[in-house]
Design a binder for this molecule. Structure first.
Ligand code: AMP
Length: 420
């Protein structure tokens, strides 16, 4: 397989798919440029070789052309970070994009306008009437798939090589993240450095496991994590369940959870997961106590109680001190650690303690030689909030993509390049 390190881009035009879907404030200032910085090594390598990157990205979820989602808002910042003036094409299709791509000289960079201004990027029909018949829907779907081919071919025509450095969208079979790869031969398509690092980190957690292996699954709902939890039961020694999904397990086992968040239709599923864990010899580590609040608010009255004894009208918004200790002990004894999702409502300052304690235990385990992978939007926000990112082995930029990879799914963006 071709690699970015081996490839010499001298004189080549390179379509680089990045994930520059950065958060912007109401004045279009970038509030967090992590995703842009993460792609710099790839862009710089192409430039240093004497190649010309043509950058393609999406921003937000536009339903058509929209100033709000224009990549021109981030153009100056990209120029600043690269230390050169980046050119801009106001449309990723059409004469301008083709002419500006063709005119690029070695060492010059072009940023294309938001790829998702075109429905063809995602390949999903837009503007269908709500009462559209199945036949109309099928027709629209067929039409967009057809025009997607032309769209993809056009994007591919700008460049000699294709580099995918957008791990965040690797789980989508979109035009620029997967389909485009077929227009380049094996020597001219490859992962960027970021993508390579992400793929390696996932493979290490899935295939090169030092034991004990502990996964900490937090967040709000069991339903959104069910597949990954089931998959992890085949891999881990310890599975720590934290966050809002705790209470579905507690209620399923007959505990009193007051007003805590719960999925009543997932109680059987929770019992089934407990049973499966037992059968597979996985230690399921559940909370024993909770920090409770009399309303869902940072200013609520608070207290601590056993996790299955939460009074009516109160709700669990974080783990309690006993649970923190149990979680930390398990984590510190681990040699491979995967963390996704906070232990509580960490957005409220009064309910950050458990999440921070888990983060600190992971940092300590990492110091003692464990490999730790943190991923999925909220856990990344948490390690950043507590200044712990530098103390873990790898912080993934992928949310959905990371979870799908760990579920064992083939990601289209990865398969398009390496074939599996
Ligand atoms: P997810 O997107 O599923 O990873 O969930 C992350 C969200 O779960 C965060 O916004 C947390 O505030 C929320 N969360 C964690 N613990 C609780 C809890 N005990 N009650 C309600 N929400 C929670």
């Amino acid at each position: 397989m071709q690699t970015i390190e081996k490839c010499n881009f001298a004189g080549k035009k390179v379509f680089v798919r990045v994930d520059f879907n950065v958060p912007l404030d109401e004045n279009f200032n970038i509030t967090d440029d992590t995703r842009i910085r993460a792609a710099l090594p790839t862009l710089k390598k192409i430039l240093a070789d004497g190649g010309s990157p043509i950058i393609g990205s999406h921003l937000g979820r536009p339903k058509g052309v929209s100033d709000k989602f224009s990549l021109k808002h981030i153009l100056d910042h990209i120029s600043e970070l690269l230390g050169i003036d980046v050119a801009f094409a106001n449309d990723c299709m059409g004469e301008e994009a083709a002419a500006k791509s063709a005119a690029l000289k070695p060492g010059q960079v072009l940023l294309l306008e938001n790829l998702r201004f075109y429905a063809e990027e995602e390949g999903k029909p837009r503007g269908l009437a709500e009462d559209a018949t199945d036949e109309e829907k099928a027709k629209a779907k067929k039409a967009i798939k057809e025009s997607q081919k032309a769209f993809t071919r056009k994007l591919a025509s700008y460049a000699d090589c294709y580099v995918n450095d957008a791990f965040g969208t690797a789980h989508r079979a979109h035009a620029s993240t997967a389909l485009i790869a077929e227009y380049f031969d094996a020597d001219n398509k490859m992962f960027g450095y970021l993508m390579e690092k992400e793929v390696n980190a996932v493979e290490k957690v899935l295939n090169d496991i030092n034991r004990p292996f502990t996964a900490i699954m937090g967040g709000s709902k069991v339903s959104s994590k069910i597949e990954i939890i089931e998959n992890l039961l085949n891999k881990v020694d310890n599975l720590i369940i934290a966050g809002g999904m705790t209470y579905t397990f507690t209620k399923a086992e007959g505990g009193k959870i007051g007003n805590s968040i719960v999925e009543n239709d997932k109680l059987d599923l929770a019992l089934d997961l407990i049973k499966k864990a037992k059968e597979k010899g996985v230690t399921l580590v559940l909370a024993v106590d909770a920090k409770i609040a009399d309303s869902f608010s940072n200013d609520a009255k608070t207290g601590f109680c056993q996790v299955d004894q939460i009074p009516d009208d109160w709700e669990g918004l974080d783990i309690g001190p006993e649970t923190e200790k149990i979680f930390a002990d398990t984590i510190k004894k681990s040699k491979t650690i995967l963390w996704n999702g906070p232990t509580g409502v960490f957005e409220f300052d009064n309910f950050t303690h458990g999440t921070r304690a888990v983060g600190e235990a992971i940092v300590e385990a990492t110091k003692n030689g464990a490999f730790s992978l943190v991923g999925g939007g909220d856990s990344v926000a948490a390690v950043n909030k507590f200044g712990l990112a530098g103390g873990v082995s790898y912080v993934s930029t992928g949310g959905g993509a990371l979870l799908e990879a760990i579920e064992g799914k083939t990601l289209p963006g990865i398969a398009a390049i390496r074939g599996y």
